[in-house]
Write a protein that binds this ligand. Structure first.
Ligand SMILES: *Cc1c(COP(=O)(O)O)cnc(C)c1O
Length: 365
């Protein structure tokens, strides 16, 4: 059986180092906002090339905290509009709603699955305050174009970098393209913790200071509360585990890319549309997503041949019950994507034989 993602195998090589870090934390007896989170924040900021990293509870909270901090700083007001891709994972949209802002969904580009600059420009109104690009499946959104539009229209850019740890364009990493970025370290992400975890990166002094406060009850000094904050802190144990894994992130992304390059070169089947990839470092292949008009049959066929696949995502956000107020909206490109996409197994621990087997089976479909 070829698993979609073998997390046990991914984390196995780190087990001894994890145990050492656990022992250190047990010996210290300090579990929240200690040395481990500070060390990881410094390391991850350095990795992304940003001035700050703020460790938080998960990727959703990272985005919520950025938006709430901008509201607190007076840069965004409740009811303002945030432009967001219609085909994103629902978390990006929930973050906007949880900050009492209005998500304005726009169609993606059908080739890259990322935001389409023309669609962004058409969606801008006097209430628009920010663009929230999602580097979907691991590939950077067209950030040069998005930043140019943002500059022209005086908008903030908030990256959802939950799937793109380490992706680079123009020597600039995911998380360093916008005014701020939200990361998730959910176990299945390219940099994954052993539980929930997330972070924000930014170069903005005032924003960072605000987020450091509101992730911790709006408090900088114990029992002094300046803002209505939340509790969303990256805990010491997860921070320590992430520090163990971070030095290998580029190598692991390289192994993912090798799998992707073989799929791209060797899968030859007219019924299966391969993802767009320009060969650069702008894609870290969090997912390898193909498209087919025969998805149900294709997924059943792969499963019958012991190849596990997943769908990212089966239902577009505007058709979810939770967002039923959007059910009158129509996004033909997004709807087509959700009908046709299928994610093949990809990970840093797939063997050459496994990759070859997946290719062989797909070519026989
Ligand atoms: C995983 C993910 C999130 C949310 O991250 P959590 O840590 O699960 O809260 C947000 N946006 C995108 C695009 C994601 O893939």
């Amino acid at each position: 059986m070829i698993k979609f993602l073998d997390l046990k195998k991914i984390n196995q090589p780190y087990e001894k180092a994890f145990q050492d870090r656990l022992k250190t934390i047990m010996d210290k007896g300090w579990y929240i906002l200690g040395d481990e989170i500070k060390a990881f924040e410094a390391d991850f900021a350095h990795y992304c090339g940003t001035k700050y990293c703020i460790g938080v509870g998960n990727g959703l909270d990272a985005l919520v905290l950025i938006l709430k901090a901008y509201i607190q700083l007076g840069k965004i007001q409740k009811g303002d509009e945030i432009i967001i891709p219609a085909n994103t994972y629902i978390a990006s949209i929930l973050a906007v709603l949880q900050a009492d802002l209005v998500p304005v969904l726009v169609e993606p580009n059908l080739e890259t699955y990322n935001l389409d600059p023309e669609a962004i420009e058409k969606a801008i109104t006097p209430k628009t305050k920010a663009i929230l690009p999602v580097h979907l499946y691991g590939q950077l959104a067209p950030m040069r174009e998005i930043n140019a539009i943002a500059k022209q229209n005086n908008l903030l850019v908030i990256e959802d970098a939950a799937q793109s740890h380490g992706a680079v364009l123009d020597s600039k990493k995911a998380g360093n393209w916008g005014d701020a970025a939200g990361f998730s370290f959910y176990p299945g992400k390219n940099l994954g913790a052993l539980g929930d975890a997330g972070a924000i990166t930014t170069n903005d002094d005032a924003l960072a200071k605000m987020i450091f406060s509101i992730r911790n009850y709006g408090s900088e000094k114990k029992y002094v509360h300046d803002y209505i904050g939340i509790n969303s802190r990256l805990d010491e144990l997860q921070a320590a585990f992430l520090s163990v894994k971070l030095p290998n992130l580029d190598a692991e992304n390289g192994l993912r890319k090798k799998v992707a390059e073989r799929y791209l070169a060797e899968i030859k089947n007219d019924k299966v549309k391969l993802p767009f990839f320009d060969g650069s470092q702008n894609h870290v292949f969090h997912l390898f997503v193909v498209r087919t008009e025969h998805r149900e049959e294709f997924q059943g066929y792969l499963s019958a041949n012991d190849i596990q696949t997943l769908i990212h995502y089966p239902t577009p956000p505007h058709q979810q019950k939770a967002l039923s107020y959007m059910s009158n909206l129509s996004f033909p490109i997004t709807e087509k994507i959700h009908r046709e996409v299928l994610s093949l197994p990809i990970s840093p621990v797939m063997t050459d034989e496994e990759i070859g087997y997946v290719i062989e089976i797909i070519n026989k479909f």
